[in-house]
Ligand binder design. Structure first.
Ligand SMILES: Nc1ncnc2c1ncn2[C@@H]1O[C@H](COP(=O)(O)OP(=O)(O)OP(=O)(O)O)[C@@H](O)[C@H]1O
Length: 233
C-alpha cells in the first residue's frame, strides 16, 4: 500500500511546526527522513501515528484516510511505530510487552506465541530475557524490545524514530541488520541521524528543515556533502 502525505500542517499552540509536508512512499519502499534537531521529524511521525493532531492535510494509507483516526486504528491498517526514547512498559516483562502489542491487533493466543518466537529469531537476547522486566534491560535491549513490539503488530509499514540513537555499537549493528532484513518485505520510514546508514538502506529520502520538505530524491543519487550541510548542526 502506498502512504501519501499531502499538505500536512501541525501547530504547537501558535508555533507552526509542520508546513505543508507532502511526500509519498510506495509499498515495501524505504524512505529516510533527514533533518537537524528540531526540524520536525518526530512531530511528523507522531502526526502519522495519530499521537498528535494535525491542523490540516491528508495522510492516506492505501485507500484509507488516516487523519482523524486514533492510533490503534492506524496500527490496524498496518502502521507500526518505534518511538524515540523507546517507551516500553518498564513494569511488564519482555514477553508481556510483545504480547500486549500482538493482542492489540486482535491476535489469538497461538498467534501471540508465533509473534514472540519471530521476534526472538530476530533479537535472540529477548528470548533469554523473556521473564525480565522491561525496566531492567539495558538501553540497547530496550530498543530491541521496542522494535520487537512494533513488529508483533505485523505492520506493512514500520516507522522508526532514530532507532540507533545512544545505543552501543554492537547492538547498533544488530538493529541495522534487522532493519535491512525487513526491507523489501515491508515498507520502512526511518528517521536517522547516521547519514551513511540512512543512505545505504533507503530507496528515497526527504530532508525536513523548519518543518518543511526542502529536498527529496533517490538515495542512490544523494549528494552526501550537500545533504550533510542540511542535517548537521
Ligand atoms: N510539546 C511541544 N510543545 C511545543 N513545541 C514543541 C513540542 N514538541 C516539539 N516542539 C517544537 O517543535 C519543533 C519540532 O520538534 P521535533 O521534536 O519534531 O523535531 P525533530 O526533528 O524530531 O528533532 P529531534 O531530532 O531533536 O527529535 C521544535 O522546534 C520543537 O521545539
Amino acid at each position: 500500500m502506498t502512504l501519501t502525505v499531502d499538505a500536512l500542517n501541525q501547530h504547537y499552540g501558535s508555533s507552526h511546526i509542520l508546513r505543508n509536508v507532502s511526500f509519498a512512499m510506495a509499498e515495501r519502499q524505504c524512505l529516510a527522513v533527514l533533518g537537524r534537531n528540531g526540524a520536525g521529524k518526530t512531530t511528523l511521525l507522531r502526526c502519522l501515528m495519530g499521537l498528535l493532531p494535525a491542523s490540516s492535510g491528508s495522510i492516506r494509507y492505501g485507500m484509507v484516510e488516516l487523519a482523524g483516526l486514533p492510533p490503534h486504528r492506524r496500527i490496524r491498517t498496518g502502521l507500526g511505530y518505534v518511538p524515540q526514547g523507546r517507551e516500553i512498559f518498564t513494569n511488564l516483562t519482555v514477553r508481556q510487552n510483545v504480547e500486549i502489542a500482538a493482542r492489540a491487533t486482535g491476535a489469538a493466543r497461538s498467534d501471540v506465541d508465533a509473534a514472540f518466537e519471530e521476534v526472538v529469531a530476530l533479537f535472540p537476547v529477548l528470548g533469554e530475557m523473556r521473564n525480565r522486566r522491561g525496566g531492567d534491560l539495558s538501553g540497547g535491549q530496550q530498543q530491541q524490545l521496542s522494535i520487537a513490539r512494533a513488529l508483533a503488530t505485523r505492520p506493512s509499514l514500520l516507522i522508526l524514530d532514530e532507532p540507533t540513537e545512544g545505543i552501543q555499537p554492537s547492538i547498533v549493528q544488530r538493529i541495522e541488520e534487522v532493519i535491512a532484513s525487513l526491507k523489501q518485505r515491508i515498507a520502512i520510514l526511518l528517521v536517522e541521524q547516521y547519514l551513511d546508514f540512512a543512505r545505504s538502506i533507503s530507496d528515497r529520502y526527504v530532508v525536513l528543515s523548519r518543518g518543511a520538505v526542502i529536498e527529496s530524491g533517490a538515495s542512490a543519487e544523494m549528494d552526501h556533502d550537500r545533504i550533510k550541510s542540511f542535517v548537521s548542526v
